[in-house]
Design a protein around this ligand. Structure first.
Ligand SMILES: [Cu+2]
Length: 165
């Protein structure tokens, strides 16, 4: 992964270009355009009202397309915020999902471009489709919402670690 890191410039867009041009990483470049994503579920908060990410450790590999499903089954809004993570990925899109009367989820809207943080409201979900382009151990995943006691959800334990290999 040192090769990938050396090739990268500032920001995910530069990383995308470097990956696409790097010999031996052709498959990674192909995934940026299409292919089946690897689905990963992350729950923001719990129905019982605990402010946590579940799981609170995530692991991704560079060059693969991921579909990170952020599910909020709690009664509070929650943020997925990580500047370090945002700087190490290429975002393909973020989808807002809506559950229909038949119980099936369908996309309601798509957002493209650089995304830095996502807030998911109670009872809803959002999907972040991305390709990691730079390795690293990321420790700034947090939810900055302030609870009624004046402390942030992060201070209540809503923090997480992401490793990109
Ligand atoms: Cu929160």
């Amino acid at each position: 992964m040192t090769v990938t890191r050396r090739l990268l410039g500032q920001g995910a867009a530069a990383g995308f270009v470097a990956l696409a041009a790097a010999p031996g990483l052709a498959r990674a470049a192909g995934n940026l355009a299409g292919g089946d994503p690897i689905r990963v579920e992350l729950r923001l908060g719990t129905p019982e009202g605990r402010h946590v990410f579940a799981p609170d450790r995530l692991r991704f590999e560079t060059g693969r397309l991921y579909r990170l499903v952020l599910i909020n089954d709690s009664r509070d809004p929650h943020y997925f915020t990580s500047d370090e993570f945002a700087a190490r990925i290429f975002t393909r899109k973020v989808q807002v999902m809506q559950r229909g009367a038949d119980g099936r989820e369908a996309p309601l809207a798509e957002f493209k471009g650089t995304i830095r943080e996502i807030e998911v409201y109670p009872g809803h979900a959002a999907e972040w489709w991305f390709v990691p382009v730079q390795t690293g151990r990321i420790t700034d995943l947090r939810c900055g919402i302030v609870a009624p006691d004046g402390r942030t959800h992060a201070a209540h334990g809503m923090r997480g670690e992401i490793v990109i290999e």
